[in-house]
Design a protein around this ligand. Structure first.
Ligand code: M1P
Length: 242
């Protein structure tokens, strides 16, 4: 019987926007030899590969941009090391782009470091602090946002006012924006197995793992686990292989 694992990346297998830790690498190296796994991230293929540091090649398939792109790992493909299987196109509506620019101007967060609206072709990532911030500036924003819940507020406004558009919180500094329904749950139809296990850190409502976690809950032979980070992911996987 084929049991497959589906992993979110940031906050699940790696710390947000960082490489796998040494300790987790050691564990995952052995684990990956005995198990079948898929990766799903809000991020793009380049960031995922940088963070997975070679392990991405062992995945059956990789879903980037919240499932809006599917890749088959292939070391023979120059530069990317993966073949693109599909790519859903999305263009940010003009009114939404204007709204994001206003938010950027009016947010009370005092710092801006550049790359605030990242167009990934099949989704858009929005960050008030900006994707060009350093790790320290990222942590600082994350702490501030945990208190002020600014990202949650922005995402809720987008969901309420932009028809047919969804906005969710993925990592520490940003919001992922895509057409309604074009979320991580779309990947399940592309995976053929007898049993499915999903592990993600943002499985609560409003998080970018929520749509997939919800679908897993409603579907036969599917289950999901919420994790607080790679340490807990390791514990979950150890328990599941007992
Ligand atoms: O994969 C989780 C998220 O990782 C990044 O989030 P942040 O930079 O906010 O920590 C982004 O790539 C985001 O799109 C993605 O969902």
């Amino acid at each position: 019987m084929d049991r497959v694992f589906i992993f979110d990346v940031d906050g699940t297998l790696t710390p947000s926007r960082q490489k796998m830790t040494k300790e987790f690498r050691k564990f995952f190296e052995k684990w990956a030899k005995k198990n079948i796994f898929y990766l799903v991230t809000g991020s793009d293929i380049y960031k995922l590969q940088e963070q997975m540091d070679g392990f991405d090649i062992l995945a059956e398939r990789i879903f980037t941009c919240c499932g809006n792109q599917m890749w088959k790992p292939d070391p023979h493909i120059v530069n990317i090391g993966a073949e693109m299987i599909y790519d859903n196109k999305f263009e940010l509506p003009h009114h939404l782009k204007t709204f994001l620019k206003i938010v950027l101007n009016q947010s009370i967060y005092p710092h801006r470091y550049g790359n605030h609206i990242e167009d990934r072709g099949s989704m858009v990532n929005f960050s008030v602090v900006g994707r060009d911030c350093t790790q320290e500036q990222r942590e600082e924003f994350f702490e501030w946002d945990n208190k002020h819940k600014e990202r949650e507020k922005i995402a809720n406004i987008i969901k309420k006012t932009a028809k047919g558009i969804d906005a969710v919180i993925g990592g520490q500094i940003s919001i992922d924006i895509y057409p309604e329904g074009k979320d991580k749950s779309q990947i399940l139809q592309h995976i053929d197995a007898d049993e499915y296990i999903f592990i993600g850190d943002r499985t609560e409502e409003g998080g970018n793992d929520y749509p997939l976690a919800k679908l897993m809950e409603e579907t036969d032979n599917c289950s999901y686990h919420q994790t607080k980070g790679w340490k807990q992911t390791k514990q979950i996987l150890e328990k599941l292989s007992d």
